[in-house]
Write a protein that binds this ligand. Structure first.
Ligand code: MLT
Length: 306
């Protein structure tokens, strides 16, 4: 009998992949053969010797001490691409929210609660609505930093919306490069991408090389008024530098999935609480992918997508 310890709420469809005749799966298991988890942080926890594999039901593996575990012979699996569509849809939402007067317009409508006369309300609306006019995405340029599973999906969707797309990814694999639509222009470096983009979206992992990739210096290359989107990881962007650039009216808006204190209560920042991959479908896809990987490894020694 294999024993799998679960952390966090794992999608039922993922858990149901485990054949209960062969697997015991629960949150309170001693001497587990493997872990399956989402955002639970393992860095400060002792690793039982019985653990052979860790399955992270998501794309990033920052909550797992991968290098330490690898040295100990523990295989770490993740689910690249399994939540890409969910993140892509939120990036698209961010671009639309930043270019149309949706949030300000809704706040304005909700401020009319004391008004009871529909005719008066309609007159007021006609007078005021020009302040919520926006602009269209079609014809604008999106810069995509990182062209892996998520970045390439975002690029394809942006092309379908009639946007121009520029990509930059110094670590692009040959396979990923082949999969990219030919209309994605390639920037020679980050600065070139930033200087040509109306919207810039980040899809790189949080590693030493990407720490504060967007900082005071790189922000100088940004087109005035451009919108920066970060649905990847908080550490990739220096939030203080972003605030400085916003205050100087250089960067136009920052749309991100990380509500850092300096970013709160600003009209030029929309910050969500790391919900990029929080859809029922993505949670299910990730759980299924890593459950299959975990079983294939424990039973057959196969390592896929780790
Ligand atoms: C991921 O790494 O898959 C996403 O950022 C969502 C998450 O942390 O679960």
């Amino acid at each position: 009998m294999y024993k799998i310890k679960t952390y966090n709420k794992i999608s039922v469809k993922g858990l149901n992949r485990f054949d209960r005749a062969k697997y015991e799966v629960a949150s309170d298991i001693n001497s587990p053969d493997g872990y399956i988890l989402r955002s639970h942080k393992l860095h400060d926890e002792a690793l039982p010797e019985s653990v052979k594999a860790v399955a992270r039901a998501g794309a990033g593996t920052n909550n797992v001490p991968v290098a330490d575990y690898t040295k100990k012979g523990v295989v770490v699996f993740n689910a690249p691409g399994a939540n890409a569509n969910a993140v892509k849809e939120l990036v698209l939402t961010g671009m639309l929210l930043s270019s149309r007067g949706i949030i300000r317009g809704m706040n304005w409508s909700n401020s009319l609660t004391d008004m009871t006369d529909a005719g008066e309300m309609s007159k007021l609306m006609e007078k005021q609505k020009s302040q919520f006019a926006g602009s269209e995405l079609m014809g604008k340029t999106l810069g995509v930093v990182g062209l892996g599973a998520i970045g390439s999906m975002v690029a394809e969707t942006a092309l379908a919306l009639g946007m121009n797309v520029i990509g930059y990814d110094p670590a692009l694999s040959v396979e990923a490069a082949w999969r990219l639509p030919s209309q994605v222009a390639r920037a020679e470096n980050l600065q070139a991408l930033l200087s040509r983009s109306d919207f810039m979206t980040l899809h790189v992992p949080a590693i030493d090389a990407t720490h504060h990739l967007i900082n005071e210096e790189t922000l100088k290359s940004v087109k005035p008024g451009a919108v920066l989107l970060n649905f990847a990881r908080e550490a990739i962007v220096d939030a203080d530098a972003v605030v400085k650039s916003l205050d100087a009216k250089h960067l136009g808006m920052y749309i991100c999935d990380f509500p850092e204190p300096v970013l709160l209560n600003r009209e030029d920042v929309y910050a969500t609480p790391h919900i990029g991959a929080s859809t029922a479908e993505a949670e299910e896809n990730c759980a299924i992918m890593v459950a299959d990987q975990l079983m294939d490894y424990l039973e057959n020694g196969n390592i896929k997508n780790s």
